[in-house]
Ligand binder design. Structure first.
Ligand SMILES: Nc1ncnc2c1ncn2[C@@H]1O[C@H](COP(=O)(O)OP(=O)(O)OP(=O)(O)O)[C@@H](O)[C@H]1O
Ligand SMILES: [Mg+2]
Length: 190
């Protein structure tokens, strides 16, 4: 993907991403000092290059560690600061909807595959059904193959080897896509 592609992916004017109400006030500068803030700031500083490369941040950890707050702050910078079209989706919500909507669901899934920057909040909150898992894997694989970045958050208490734990829980395909896609931007908040 070269810079011309990036230009094509930009909106001429900034667009606001539809964040959940509770996170509308989330800002990078308001994040608590620590590794999550450092990573969020670093991603935003290098966003053009990282988005071009398809680098997909992955925040995993306990409840209340600020994963969604950081994701919302990043999504604002990407959409309003860089004018890159961004979609926000809660994974349990979107997977359930896609599962029940058949053709309309397929259209929405294709749109999610193509959006330049996607936030998929709370993947893996509960064990997905095989149908939900299939949808999730299609979305993840297509975006990974096309180098379109997705910011994933997961509420899981993982060990210091999160990708090994993930491989055990969700299989090696999911673990590898999250690991390869995130590169230096994977953070396990223990
Ligand atoms: N690093 C942080 N910076 C700023 N606020 C934080 C941070 N961590 C937690 N908070 C505050 O704590 C609350 C919970 O944060 P948030 O919902 O982002 O956590 P989470 O990791 O997404 O939790 P869950 O896994 O339950 O979805 C929010 O009100 C948020 O303002
Ligand atoms: Mg959250």
């Amino acid at each position: 993907m070269n810079w011309l592609d990036l230009e094509r992916r930009r909106n001429p004017t900034p667009t606001a991403v539809a964040l959940p109400d509770r996170f509308e006030e989330a800002r990078l500068k308001l994040l608590w000092d620590g590794s999550l803030k450092e990573m969020a700031v670093s991603y935003c500083e290098k966003a053009e290059e990282l988005i071009d490369q398809g680098v997909a941040p992955f925040f995993v950890g306990r409840s209340g560690t600020g994963k969604t707050t950081a994701a919302a702050a990043i999504a604002r910078v990407i959409s309003i600061g860089y004018h890159i079209e961004t979609t926000w989706a809660s994974a349990p919500d979107v997977l359930t909807r896609l599962k029940y909507q058949r053709w309309k669901g397929e259209e929405e899934l294709l749109a999610l595959m193509r959006v330049p920057f996607l936030v998929l909040d709370d993947i893996a909150v509960f064990p997905p059904t095989s149908e939900e898992f299939g949808i999730w894997l299609r979305l993840m694989t297509q975006r990974f193959d096309d180098r379109r970045p997705t910011l994933y958050t997961a509420n899981l208490a993982l060990s210091s080897k999160p990708f090994e734990d993930l491989a055990q829980k969700y299989g090696p395909l999911v673990a590898r896509r999250l690991q390869e896609g995130s590169g230096d931007y994977a953070l396990s908040l223990l």
